[in-house]
Design a protein around this ligand. Structure first.
Ligand SMILES: [Zn+2]
Length: 528
């Protein structure tokens, strides 16, 4: 037998939670042909992986990498950040943001809307197939498994106004979603804390989730509230699932704001209860006590109505600023008010294209240095940057993060946002950080690898991935269990992790001996 590639003498973790076994792995035509003894086989390429762990490539259940392939060549550090930590498949289109399906008539408005999360340059596509062709033309480093974003559907069909969809609009959104799922999208995401998703009543979400359910796909939700009313938000998500039978996945599970720390056990208790009642619910999270989002999304929802130009117009008005300041201070019933829960001192600029010197500093510190009020400073910055300001929000407790990660049905989702500046270090560190925190405990390591491989692959219907077994696609990561750890920090967010030796996508080396190759073996994964 002649193999394309042989990995010899590794300690193989198959991804199912089983203990490691000493074995060789042979690859032919991008698939695993042999797991066993290759002492009598020949191979075109051989990697000696003695003393190293061999695991299925990691599945990142939560990214915003939809358009990362289009980043300029000098941003390879961002484009490769996730693959350098062993991620071979990224579920994209999260938090309601996807670059498809957008009819040509709405393309300009939706492109502008998506620029904050994807760009510049953001772009949109009428169909998943169109996006796939464009992405493959420039080359993908790892696989994308795209979700359809509800914010995108709503921005394309209803616009950015604060109102309910008409019956005709609801039908149009459902039709676009149905076609995208039929063409292979892995599910639908919502971002109910963002404009315009936040204007959708539960009925609208339930209606669209029933379309997702009819395809047997996943409904992933960034819930309406992750602070004081997080339990109510979980209740809303669960009722969508119980009303439709959809497979529910809660994105970046968290309890934000010090006054909500310690609520994670109660949140997981609700989810366990729901599972006991037959609701199919899972979750993901990134292993950091800080999150990241777009600065303008932290402001009250009314100020974001009507799109970016409307927002910037209101921010110029002194009365509007005064009202925002008061509402951040006092809250509004039903609004999650992250800043009220954590304070501007815990909101740190991560990306402000024309003000790079602000990156790494808190809004409170920057405003004080400028002699301005917090709201005046935020307003002027958003106007100057046309609202493309990413921030890091220090909002969660390490105990809650650890508690969530220990849940049987929790997966790792980096929530990486591949835009220049100082992005959240989760984009380059999430997976290595989890591995590093379980170094020296083989049982724990095997279990977290299950949560990074077979569990998410099964969850999102990624056939023949997430396991080391004969016949599976050869998405493989090889790492040193004694050295593996994250190195990315808030100051140096793109530093590659330590201990990740080789990363193969369909048998092709993306990372070999810790160095990136220029291979582009990634594919857009379609559900059958
Ligand atoms: Zn989100």
């Amino acid at each position: 037998m002649n193999l394309d590639l042989a990995l010899l003498n590794g300690s193989v973790i198959d991804g199912t939670g089983s203990a490691p076994v000493r074995a060789d792995i042979g690859v032919i035509g991008g698939r695993i042909a042999v797991v066993g003894d290759l002492s009598s086989a020949s191979a075109t390429q051989t990697l000696d992986v003695a003393e190293l762990m061999v695991a299925p490539g990691f599945v990142d259940t939560h990214t915003h990498s939809d358009l990362a392939a289009f980043l300029a060549p000098d941003h390879d550090d961002i484009r490769l950040a996730n693959v350098r930590q062993g991620v071979t498949t990224e579920v994209s289109g999260n938090c309601g943001f996807s670059p498809f399906p957008v009819n040509p008539a709405a393309a300009d408005a939706v492109t502008q809307y998506l620029t904050g999360i994807f760009g510049p340059p953001a772009r949109v596509f009428a169909t998943l197939d169109e996006m796939e062709r464009a992405v493959l033309e420039v080359g993908l480093v790892n696989n994308l498994a795209p979700l359809v974003g509800h914010n995108t559907l709503r921005a394309a069909v209803v616009g950015s106004d604060d109102r309910h969809a008409t019956e005709a609009e609801l039908k149009e959104m459902a039709d676009l979603l149905d076609k995208a799922l039929a063409s292979g999208a892995v599910g639908m995401s919502t971002g109910l804390a963002y404009t315009p998703g936040n204007y959708a009543p539960p009925d609208e979400v339930t209606h669209l989730a029933s379309v997702v359910a009819s395809h047997g796909r996943v409904y992933a939700t960034h819930m309406r509230n992750e602070t004081d009313e997080v339990l109510e938000a979980i209740e809303e998500a669960l009722s969508v699932a119980s009303g439709t039978g959809v497979r529910l996945h809660l994105s970046h599970l968290k309890a934000g704001g010090e006054r909500n720390w310690g609520r994670m056990p109660a949140m997981l208790g609700m989810l366990d209860d729901a599972r006991g009642r037959g609701i199919d619910v899972t979750a993901d999270l990134y292993p950091y006590p800080a999150g990241s989002t777009l600065l303008h999304t932290l402001l009250p929802t009314w100020i974001n109505a009507g799109g970016i130009d409307a927002l910037l117009g209101r921010l110029k008005d002194k009365e509007s600023r005064r009202l925002v300041a008061r509402q951040v201070h006092e809250g509004i019933p039903g609004w999650q008010n992250f800043v009220g829960a954590i304070g501007w001192e815990n909101v740190v600029v991560a990306g402000a294209p024309s003000h790079p010197s602000y990156e790494g500093q808190s809004i409170a510190a920057l405003a004080a240095a400028a002699g301005a009020s917090d709201i005046d400073f935020v307003s002027e910055l958003l106007i100057a940057e046309r609202a493309t300001v990413m921030v890091i929000i220090r909002a969660m407790s390490e105990d809650d993060v650890g508690c969530a990660l220990s849940w049987d049905h929790a997966m790792v989702g980096s929530d990486g946002v591949p835009v220049p500046g100082k992005p959240h270090p989760r984009i380059a560190g999430s997976f290595a950080r989890v591995l590093g925190s379980h170094r020296g405990d083989e049982g724990a390591l095997v279990e977290v690898i299950r949560k990074m491989t077979s569990l998410p692959a099964d969850r999102f219907g990624l056939v023949d991935r997430g396991r080391i077994e004969e016949g599976a696609i050869a998405d493989i990561v090889v790492f040193d269990a004694h050295q593996v750890t994250d190195r990315s920090t808030y100051d140096k967010p793109l530093l590659a992790p330590a201990g990740i030796k080789h990363v193969l996508v369909a048998g092709l080396g993306m990372i070999l001996d810790g160095e990136a190759t220029d291979a582009t073996p990634g594919r857009v994964l379609h559900m059958a």
